[in-house]
Design a protein around this ligand. Structure first.
Ligand code: HEC
Length: 162
């Protein structure tokens, strides 16, 4: 009888210890962070604005994307890449990477159309070539400038190269 009780006590102790060590291991070893999925990565953006209706947010963001897409189409159609490059694509002589950090939207427009201060700084031949962008449809020019404004020096999402 005594032996049985002693065995039971030992068994219970072992059980208790293994349960405790399991709980300890579980609490102190959170899962390794999953690999960052760039498409899905979400950065919480603190917003001082009151929350919008989900449908409104969807409409606004798809509108913003459409504007950026339109800007890109204008950039490609107008042959900006014959002189400029973005992320290594196009003429490497005058990279536009970081232009959105260097210039405000109205300055980006001035550079694009060789107007105002930009006309003073650009060589006459380039001014003549860029002048024709002044006759772009207003919506096209606006979309182009919105897109240029997104050209930041730092990538939008942090990631490490292998
Ligand atoms: C014939 C060549 C040429 C074409 C075509 C051209 N650009 Fe430029 N652009 C220049 C030159 C040269 C500069 C001055 C670059 C410098 O001094 O670093 C410049 C400057 C700029 C800048 C300011 C650059 C910076 O980051 O400081 C922007 C923005 C710009 N161009 C946008 C455009 C866009 C948009 C188009 C197409 C609609 C375009 N350019 C077409 C030659 C051109």
């Amino acid at each position: 009888m005594r032996e049985k009780i002693a065995k039971a006590v030992v068994l219970l102790t072992v059980l208790l210890l293994s349960t405790l060590s399991f709980i300890f291991a579980f609490r102190h070893n959170p899962d390794a962070p999953a690999e960052v999925d760039l498409d899905r990565a979400e950065r919480p953006v603190p917003s001082p604005l009151p929350p919008s209706e989900p449908r409104q947010i969807e409409a606004e963001s798809s509108n913003a994307i459409q504007i950026l897409e339109r800007g890109r189409a204008v950039y490609n159609r107008e042959g900006c890449a014959t002189c400029h490059s973005i992320a290594g694509v196009g003429n490497p002589r005058f990279p536009l990477d970081g232009a959105g950090d260097r210039w405000k939207p109205d300055e980006l427009e001035a550079w694009t159309t060789a107007a105002g201060f930009a006309a003073e700084l650009l060589p006459p031949g380039i001014v003549r070539r860029k002048e024709r962008y002044r006759s772009l449809p207003e919506e096209d020019l606006k979309a182009l400038v919105s897109n240029l404004a997104t050209l930041k020096s730092e990538p939008a999402l942090p990631f490490s190269n292998p």
